[in-house]
Design a protein around this ligand. Structure first.
Ligand code: DX5
Ligand code: ZN
Length: 219
């Protein structure tokens, strides 16, 4: 099977020890998933640009920034300039996703589009060639520790079909409730990048949790 991406979400880590949380998964994680929330797009508030700028200096792991914010045009380029590997914004938060993808690529990062639980992916399939990652929420965006929603996998299947049909180089990412008992279903549906917060940082040994998820998701 082609290689998959495992992206621990620091949302489930100790926010007073973020550098330690990054180091705990170095050598095992492919990306470090950073959830940015603004208490407007979602009813929760996490971290923003200054924290990402500081954390960027503390670890070599590529950052996968997930913007759950309104007005991504205003903020997204700053994360690319701060050295994020990939910056994902929500389809629901912008009127011109392609323009913002182009801005992000010009600013030096990959560009990602996220689809929340209640959003149909169909209108966005034609935009896939403009993106490097497509993130399907397998929960409702806003909080870690929620239950995986298997019905969201129909969207993953639809995106995978389009990637194959168009021979596109797009990572298909799932986020929310990914754990040892759900990652196989997500992989089978066509996901090849897996965000996991609770399943990794809630484990006694985060590195071991990643190895286990990688084995299950690669099968
Ligand atoms: C929630 C975030 C997720 C969250 C996942 O809106 O986008 O990245 O950290 O947490 P778990 O893996 O615990 O569901
Ligand atoms: Zn996320």
């Amino acid at each position: 099977a082609p290689s998959i991406v495992i992206a621990p979400s620091i949302l489930a880590a100790d926010f007073a020890r973020l550098a330690d949380a990054a180091r705990a998964v170095e050598g095992e994680a492919d990306w470090l998933h950073v959830d940015v929330m603004d208490n407007h797009f979602v009813p929760n508030l996490t971290i923003g640009l200054p924290v990402v700028q500081s954390l960027r200096k503390a670890t070599p792991i590529p950052f996968d920034v997930h913007l759950m914010i309104e007005d991504p045009e205003r903020w997204a380029p700053g994360y690319a300039e701060a050295g994020a590997y990939n910056v994902t914004f929500h389809a629901e938060a912008t009127d011109d996703p392609v323009a913002l993808a182009k801005t992000l690529r010009a600013a030096g990062s990959k560009a990602g589009l996220a689809i929340d639980r209640d959003t149909d992916v169909t209108p966005y399939l034609d935009l896939l060639p403009h993106f490097d990652t497509l993130l399907v929420m397998t929960i409702k965006a806003g909080f870690g520790g929620q239950k995986f929603l298997p019905e969201t996998l129909d969207k993953v299947r639809a995106v995978r079909r389009r990637i194959e049909a168009g021979h596109l180089e797009v990572r298909l990412e799932v986020d929310g409730g990914i754990a040892a008992d759900t990652i196989e279903a997500a992989a089978e549906a066509g996901a090849d990048a897996f965000v996991a917060g609770t399943a990794i940082y809630g484990a006694a040994d985060p590195a071991e949790a990643i190895r286990k998820l990688r084995a299950l998701g690669s099968a």
